[in-house]
Structures are given as C-alpha cells and as structure tokens.
Design a protein around this ligand. Structure first.
Ligand SMILES: Cc1ncc(COP(=O)(O)O)c(C=O)c1O
Length: 393
C-alpha cells in the first residue's frame, strides 16, 4: 500500500544537476528563489523504477538496447487500461522526448513554408518546432470565459482556411491552461481537420495527469478515421517523473505517416532509446498504477490549497481551475503590473520562481504558471511568500 505521506517528505534536489533547482540562480538571479517552475516533480518516482534501474545497473554493461516486444506490450497495456485505446504495437515509434518528436513530425509531414496551427497560449517549444524548420505558426487563441478557457471553433476553422494550414499541433491536456479537452471538443477539432486535410499531432504527455472528475481522451481513439489522421505523442516522463531519462514514444496508426516519421528520425541519426529509459518505462507502466492514484490525490490537495489560499486572502491573484497537469495558471492581471514588473515581483519580492505567462504567447501576458508537484510544505511556503509580498506592495 502506497501512502500519501510518501509524497510529503522534502528531498534536497540541489547538487543533483537538476534544471529546476540548480539553475534557479541563473534564471532568477537569486539563489534563494523557491523553484516552482520547470515541469518536473519534487517526488521520487515509483519504487519499481528504482529497483529495475538498480537491477539493470548491476550488470554494468550498457551496450545498445532494443525497444523490444515486452516494452511495447507494457505501453499497450498502459494505454489500453488508462485511456481505453486499443493500439497495435506495430504503430509505435520511439523518441528521446516529445519535443524531439514534434520537431521530427513537423519536418516529416509538412513542407517548408507550410502553415501549422497551434492553440495559444501554449508550451513554448510548440512555436520552435514550427518556426525552426521554416514553417509558419498560425494561432487559434484560446478564449477565457467566466474562468474557463474555451475554443473558438469558428476561428479554428477560419484560420485553417485562410492560411491553408496543413498541420495542427494539439496540446492535450493543455499546458499551461490545465484544460482536459472533452470528447465533444476533440471531435469538433478532429472533424474540422479531416474536412480540410490537416494532420493532427497530439501532444498527450500530460494525459495520465487528470483530476478525478475529468477524463483524458486520446483524440486518435475517437474513430478509425481520426486515428488515420493523427500522430499521438506520449511518455511516462511527466507521469512518473522520468524526464531526465529521456524516453517517449509516438503512436502512428497510418502506415505512410509512420514510415515518413521513421525516415525523418533516422535521417537525424535518432532511432534508439537510452537503456535506462527502456527499463524505467516498462517498470513504471507495469507497476505504477497505484503510485499514480496517490500522486493525483496529493496534487489535487495541493491544487485546492493554492486556490483557497489565494481566494481567501487576496483579490489580486485568481487561480484558474485546472482539470489536469500539475501546473496552475495564475491570473495576475488585477495587480496592474507590466510584464517585466510582474516577473520582477515574483522573483525579487516574493522570491518564488514561476514561469512567466508571456513566454507562452502574448495571450499569457499578466499570468504566471506555478508548478505544484511538490510536498505540501513547499506549496505552503510558496503561497505564503507570494501573499506576504502582496501585502508589502
Ligand atoms: C506539453 C508538453 N510537451 C512536451 C514536454 C516535454 O517533453 P519531453 O521532455 O519529452 O521533450 C512538456 C514538458 O513540460 C510539455 O509540457
């Protein structure tokens, strides 16, 4: 039995080459800033991962490793059980990371000067995956209505028509907004894409991290037609805190698309996974379900705490409700600060390291993103620092 208390211990991550903890001073110009930024967790992974890696390391020979059938079966089992999607293991391709996959898929399935649709504000590498390959970004801005972000479907379709869009990169669930798209929303988007011959690339890296009342639905699982038009990127890295191991996969039911993506990976010399990524992915998927259930309880409690603390103590920051991910989107527009003043406030006055909303696109101006995947004590400290700084404003 995994206990919730397991997630309450504070671990010192400093000196572990952690981007989140060891680069705090570089990014926030102050070593005393409490890091609540980069999307990884301050929790140890599931024990089975440690055991599998330790067992593998005992062998101490790290030659090239195969992404073999047992690994594929573990993925199949996970996707089937968690997301009710019956995949064929022949559809799988492997990649060190989802960001790598986005770059590869854009190059494989679009041409230079093509237009690629994204829904902004969004995880910053989405822009790069398009722009760095001489393609153009087209935006469908998400609309904040009564505290919830919604899709303007008319604009979604109009942007596709106006720019002759050939690809749509979906963030599902959405980082940073925490939306878990409903079946209806996904179906509408998939129908429009099919109608206009737009390939969907669905980044579902946060798909396992949804709160109880919400269900993540892989867009490709909705129908055979949609699955032929979609490339799905998944990974155990957010779910089980394995980002540093660099292991992810793509699910590509369409044979032609799959071959093109495979060729793209191999043309960049990428075709193999890290030995430990393979071992960890398999162990997490075979033994991680109970751990994940507990993690979600802890994240839910942290989310409710942050929302209530700000709601009860200030009207300057409004925490939007998140349906999934361990990221919270803080609406700070009532503070009436410019974007640089807002950044300055959090890093120099509050001394809490958050991601600046503007980095997700202009729609994120006036917002900040907070990572709550840490022990409650850290969350409480972060919130208290911000509330104290607000009083001093
Ligand atoms: C939506 C999204 N995609 C991809 C990534 C990163 O994936 P990877 O580390 O596998 O490249 C993140 C990390 O925060 C993310 O939020």
């Amino acid at each position: 039995m995994i206990k919730v208390e397991k997630f309450q211990q504070k671990w010192d991550r400093k000196g572990t080459r952690s981007v989140k903890w060891d680069l705090t001073k570089t990014f926030f110009k102050d070593k005393d800033v409490l890091p609540m930024w980069v999307a990884d967790m301050d929790f140890p992974s599931v024990d089975a991962v440690q055991e599998a890696i330790t067992e593998r390391a005992k062998h101490n020979i790290y030659g090239y490793s195969v992404t073999d059938q047992p690994l594929k079966d573990a993925i199949h089992g996970w996707v089937n059980k968690q997301h009710h999607w019956e995949i064929n293991t022949d559809w799988l391709l492997f990649s060190p990371g989802v960001v790598t996959s986005l770059h590869m898929v854009v190059q494989a399935l679009t041409n230079e000067e093509d237009h690629v649709l994204i829904q902004t504000p969004v995880y910053p590498p989405f822009y790069d995956a398009v722009k760095k390959h001489n393609r153009h970004v087209v935006k469908n801005s998400l609309q904040l209505k009564e505290g919830k972000y919604e899709i303007d479907f008319d604009d979604f379709e109009q942007q596709i028509i106006d720019h002759q869009v050939t690809m749509f990169i979906l963030c599902s669930p959405h980082n940073p907004l925490g939306r878990v798209w409903t079946k209806e929303e996904l179906t509408t988007m998939a129908d429009i894409c099919l109608k206009h011959n737009v390939t969907i690339v669905s980044d579902e890296i946060h798909g396992d991290l949804t709160y109880k009342e919400y269900t993540h639905v892989p867009i490709a699982s909705l129908s055979e037609k949609f699955s032929q038009n979609a490339v799905t990127c998944m990974a155990p890295s957010k779910t089980f805190n394995l980002a540093g191991l660099q292991g992810s996969y793509l699910i590509v039911p369409n044979k032609d698309k799959r071959q093109k993506i495979k060729d793209q990976f191999s043309s960049q010399g990428l075709g193999m996974l890290n030995t430990f990524a393979i071992v960890a992915m398999e162990a997490a998927y075979l033994h991680g379900e109970e751990w994940l259930d507990k993690l979600l309880e802890v994240l839910h409690e942290n989310k409710e705490y942050v929302q209530k603390a700000f709601h009860d103590n200030t009207n300057l920051i409004n925490v939007l409700d998140s349906e999934g991910t361990y990221l919270l989107w803080l609406d700070c527009r009532s503070m009436n600060l410019s974007s640089s003043e807002l950044k300055q406030f959090f890093q120099s006055k509050a001394k809490v390291g958050l991601n600046d909303g503007l980095s997700f696109g202009h729609e994120g101006d006036g917002f900040m993103r907070m990572n709550i995947a840490c022990p409650k004590e850290t969350v409480v400290e972060g919130v208290n620092r911000i509330l104290a700084a607000l009083k001093d404003m």
